[in-house]
Ligand binder design. Structure first.
Ligand SMILES: Cc1cc2nc3c(=O)[nH]c(=O)nc-3n(C[C@H](O)[C@H](O)[C@H](O)COP(=O)(O)O)c2cc1C
Length: 357
């Protein structure tokens, strides 16, 4: 496999705007999941010396201006994270005030959410609702670019209806409004995360714009990521649910592309069979628990631990049993004991599972 599968020239063009991306394999923004503990766990599997970006979960531009960064798990961050905070936003004064606050995170870039399909987002005319109103969406990008010292990207869906021509026009509009890159999750709003993502739409957008285009949707294995890159010619992949299940997928992809292993894993191969992955899950869970302990209040940590196992454990043959045991834990030490006991018996991970919504 060759590195040339990751077209680099579009990222290189962004260096002039202060953005360096060498391994465009991104952890997706996910509410309740893409916090510092998952980001640090994923970061421990990134290829040594290759710059990448880590998205936060979506942050409300109505809430950010009135809070202190780091006071909530959603805004807690670690030194040296190259972050892309994701904003749910549509009004200039809130955008400007939110960006002021986010400066504390020293972000590498800012992402605008144009994909969130929940009814609250539709009611407030943000998230995917912006895709139904191109001139307003254009204004939101222009305003964010105007106030942002950092490059601004947009994560979007196919739209409100299944119309790839509309998507392509919309993507061109985002580019001309100043978006630095686009991430496409090619499903319509009402699909949420169900149904097949139309990867061919990613290819159409990629052909229509000159900025980098990142593909997203149902990547479960490194082979899926390579298939997405090959099928669409896109400039990077974004991985959500599988990053929770197998955070080392980023190592597996790097390995497939001929990039170096993560620090401390020199000379080792990424786990590749079901039992090796089961053992790696225990290691990743240990890392996750340690960061939770350093970063969150105990109740916040336990809540996030349960959510992590709920989403990611599905790929383990007996993941439901691990989840059942974790739902009753009262402390992170209990969770460590359960982890030790559960993984004392070799556990197998499956490559793919039915992706629940
Ligand atoms: C629990 C959960 C929360 C999510 N929250 C967000 C979010 O805050 N912002 C966003 O743009 N997408 C969000 N998403 C969508 C993901 O970023 C991603 O587009 C989707 O899961 C498809 O990618 P995947 O198949 O790799 O998981 C969320 C997904 C999940 C499962």
């Amino acid at each position: 496999m060759s590195r040339s599968l990751l077209p680099s020239e579009r990222w290189v063009a962004l260096r002039a705007r202060g953005l360096r991306v060498e391994f465009p394999c991104f952890l997706a923004p996910m509410v309740g999941l893409s916090h510092v503990a998952l980001r640090q766990t994923v970061a421990s599997y990134l290829p040594h010396g290759s710059e990448t970006l880590l998205f936060t979960e979506m942050l409300s531009s109505r809430r950010l201006p009135t809070e202190r960064i780091g006071d909530r798990p959603e805004t807690t961050f670690a030194e040296h994270e190259r972050l892309v905070p994701q904003l749910l936003a549509n009004e200039e004064r809130f955008i400007a005030a939110s960006l002021d606050k986010l400066a504390k995170m020293r972000p590498a870039a800012i992402d605008i959410n144009m994909g969130c399909p929940v009814s609250k987002a539709l009611k407030h005319n943000w998230g995917v609702a912006l895709m139904g109103d191109p001139s307003y969406a254009e204004e939101v990008v222009r305003l964010t670019v105007k106030h942002s010292p950092w490059p601004v990207s947009v994560k979007l869906r196919t739209g409100l209806s299944d119309d790839p021509d509309y998507l392509v026009d919309f993507a061109r509009m985002l580019e001309s409004a100043g978006a630095a890159w686009l991430t496409i999750h090619p499903r319509i709003a009402s699909q949420q995360r169900r149904g097949n993502p139309r990867w061919e739409y990613i290819a159409r957008v990629r052909d229509a714009v000159r900025i980098p285009v990142v593909g997203n949707g149902d990547v479960q294995t490194a082979a899926d990521a390579i298939a997405l890159l090959r099928a669409t010619g896109c400039d990077g992949v974004m991985i959500g649910r599988a990053s929770v299940a197998r955070p080392w997928i980023h190592w597996q992809i790097a390995e497939a592309l001929g990039l170096p292993p993560p620090p401390g894993r020199e000379g080792a191969a990424a786990p590749s069979d079901g039992f090796a992955e089961g053992a790696e899950y225990a290691r990743a869970l240990g890392c996750f628990l340690d960061v939770c302990e350093r970063s969150f209040q105990p109740d916040d940590a336990l809540k996030r631990l349960k959510f992590f196992v709920h989403w990611g454990g599905r790929w383990l043959d007996f993941g439901h049993e691990l989840w059942r045991r974790m739902t009753n834990v009262r402390s992170l030490d209990d969770a460590r004991t359960i982890t030790r006991e559960f993984f004392a018996v070799p556990q197998r991970m499956t490559a793919r599972t039915t992706l629940a919504a």
